[in-house]
Design a protein around this ligand. Structure first.
Ligand code: THG
Length: 367
């Protein structure tokens, strides 16, 4: 249909050649890189994630490394979640906020040592942000993007695949914890994490020249388990209620509106960026909240580029921020970012400019 024009701005993933060899059919852009979005059989790829195991190139989840005497101090200044009890080898989901309490990224923070942290970021430039804050605060810390590229292995059989590669010790890894190790001389950090609720691991490749080799190791180990290439699956993640920063958020979204309030600790020090604003928002109570919406349209709708408008009794109340056909519910579903005056069970009108549909608000996750 169309092709991608190469450029040094579009940094290649270490797994790029492998994904092409395995028949990738689509990409999206993310952190100035290309991320595979499919291999031509979306429904098969979905069921493989639900029933077996899928492997994904998520090198686009870049690591922002904070290293040096003030690394821990900077990590806490950037994250309105109390990190004081975070252990070496532990990861935590954090909502980075700006001074107004707006969510600017939702990374997983990994603590590698007392003076080294990674922020495994979503699609916004945290390298510039972290350097700016560190310099303004006079902190002694080096901030870089190291040669680290995650490869996700997700699905109910992911544990068996990863255990067959690294050994049974991986079965004891707790959620979001990780361990640095190697396989055939390739340095990797193995984490129990990933953007699905089907269980699984992320292999953080720490040598970009070995991407093809690691891909092959996982592909071969996965053969007995029906592994195949996939992508951060939009259908499964909507069913499971997982957030896509930038897709489900806009320039005014605070953590309390999008179910991230539990990751905001209002008692953290006043030096944490955005904490004063977050305390004020928490006190006033958020104006919007995130629910699910099920549409009253019985055939699969196309995924749009934009949000849908939601209204109730002729009054605009918010937006539908994503859309998918749920294969398990056999319904068009999505997230609704709507006024807190709207509640679960309410009927709403959803409009995509061309047509108006009826929807019903529901709890997240769907499944
Ligand atoms: N893996 C890695 N880095 C990432 C992502 C990832 N960086 C960007 C993006 N994805 C971060 N976004 C999320 C969103 C949700 C979750 C993980 C990363 C997630 N949430 C669970 C939930 O909401 O139920 C659990 C949260 C918790 O209880 O702590 O897993 O995928 N490396």
């Amino acid at each position: 249909m169309f092709s991608i024009t190469p450029s040094a701005r579009l940094r290649p993933s270490p797994f790029f050649e492998s994904t092409v060899a395995d028949g990738v059919t689509g990409f999206t852009t993310y952190n100035h890189m290309l991320m595979p979005t499919g291999y031509g059989k979306p429904e098969e790829e979905y069921w493989r994630l639900i029933n077996d195991v899928s492997m994904w190139d998520v090198a686009v989840e870049r690591q922002i490394q904070l290293k040096g005497p003030d690394a821990a101090k900077l990590a806490q200044i950037l994250s309105p979640r109390d990190l004081s009890k975070c252990k070496i080898g532990q990861g935590k989901y954090v909502a980075l906020c700006n001074h107004q309490g707006i969510v600017i990224n939702d990374p997983i923070l990994l603590k590698l040592s007392e003076d080294c942290f990674w922020l495994s970021i979503a699609d916004s430039n945290i390298l510039f942000w972290a350097r700016a804050i560190a310099n303004e605060r006079g902190l002694n810390v080096d901030i870089n993007e190291p040669d680290v590229s995650p490869l996700a292995v997700q699905g109910p059989k992911a544990e068996d695949v990863v255990a067959s590669i690294f050994g049974d010790w991986i079965r004891d890894l707790r959620y979001f914890w990780f361990k640095e190790t190697e396989i055939e001389g390739i340095p990797v950090a193995v984490a129990r994490s990933g953007w699905s609720k089907q269980g699984g691991f992320e292999l953080y490749l720490m040598d970009g020249s070995k991407g093809g080799q690691l891909w092959q190791i996982v592909k071969e180990a996965g053969q007995p388990f029906n592994i195949g290439p996939g992508n951060p699956n939009n259908t499964e993640r909507i069913e499971s209620g997982l957030l896509s920063w930038g897709g489900d958020t806009d320039d005014s979204t605070n953590p309390f509106e999008i179910r991230l309030g539990k990751f905001v600790d209002l008692h953290v020090a006043d030096e944490v960026v955005g904490i004063q604003a977050l305390r004020a928002i928490a006190e006033q109570g958020p104006k919007r909240h995130q629910l699910g919406v099920q549409l009253d349209v019985s055939t699969p709708l196309e995924q749009p580029f934009h949000w849908f408008n939601i209204s109730q009794n002729g009054k605009p109340v918010g937006h539908q921020t994503n859309l998918t056909w749920s294969h398990r519910l056999e319904k068009n579903i999505g997230f609704a970012l709507v006024s807190t005056q709207c509640a679960v069970g309410d009927e709403v009108q959803v409009s995509d400019n061309q047509r108006t549909m009826t929807g019903t608000l529901c709890e997240l996750p769907f499944l």
